[in-house]
Design a protein around this ligand. Structure first.
Ligand SMILES: Cc1cc2nc3c(=O)[nH]c(=O)nc-3n(C[C@H](O)[C@H](O)[C@H](O)COP(=O)(O)O)c2cc1C
Length: 186
């Protein structure tokens, strides 16, 4: 039987969100095929996101993970350019019933990451997608996953300039959960 496809759509400048994206991919491996879709500055021409191939990858996906660093209390402008370019799909509800989840990072423990995750859920809702949060109670996990206690999605922050292993483990878990939900949803 074919595996479901998980598209991980993310923007990253200095590599932290990219590390999270790769950890989500590791978690899904074996249960889903994974397409890592990095949004780059070159995808945006005269202010508009123009990478049709990336959008077509999402068309084919069963599950989508949205990732962006938190910039000025929300998703990076490059991620928002991608989201704005999805409006044609929105008008046809072409992504309805796909499973969706989100992850973000910031410099501060409480750097308004929740707002970025909230934005991802609204984007998913606009597309009629089904939201997959984190079923790990913050502060209760033996392995220290969901360190910042965010159940809407994965919120992380840099500690001494690096992501703690528990955040990467949480990202792997989110990938695993998304892949399992995509398998059930097919
Ligand atoms: C323009 C800009 C705005 C930022 N705004 C926030 C913020 O609102 N909250 C926060 O915690 N960190 C903020 N940061 C820090 C980034 O989220 C952090 O450096 C993150 O690791 C960058 O992700 P990346 O390595 O995937 O590019 C900001 C950084 C930049 C460059």
């Amino acid at each position: 039987m074919a595996l479901p496809l998980l598209a991980i759509v993310y923007f990253s400048i200095s590599g932290t969100t990219e590390n999270l994206a790769h950890a989500v991919a590791r978690g899904a491996a074996g249960t889903a095929d994974v397409a890592l879709c990095r949004i780059t500055g070159d995808d945006i021409v005269s202010g508009r996101f123009q990478n049709e191939r990336l959008l077509e990858t999402i068309d084919r996906a069963d599950a989508v993970a949205f990732g962006s660093p938190t910039y000025m209390g929300g998703p990076a402008a490059q991620f928002k350019a991608f989201a704005d370019a999805s409006s044609d799909r929105w008008s046809k509800q072409a992504w309805a019933n796909k499973i969706a989840a989100g992850f973000t990072t910031g410099a501060c423990a409480s750097g308004d990451q929740l707002h970025t995750l909230t934005y991802f859920t609204i984007l998913g809702a606009q597309h009629g997608m089904l939201w997959c949060g984190l079923d790990i109670p913050g502060g209760e996990d033996r392995d220290g996953r969901n360190r910042l206690g965010s159940q809407l999605g994965l919120a992380t922050h840099l500690v001494d300039g690096a992501l703690p292993w528990s955040d990467l483990n949480t990202a792997e878990y989110l990938g695993q959960r998304l892949a399992r939900m995509a398998s059930r949803n097919g």
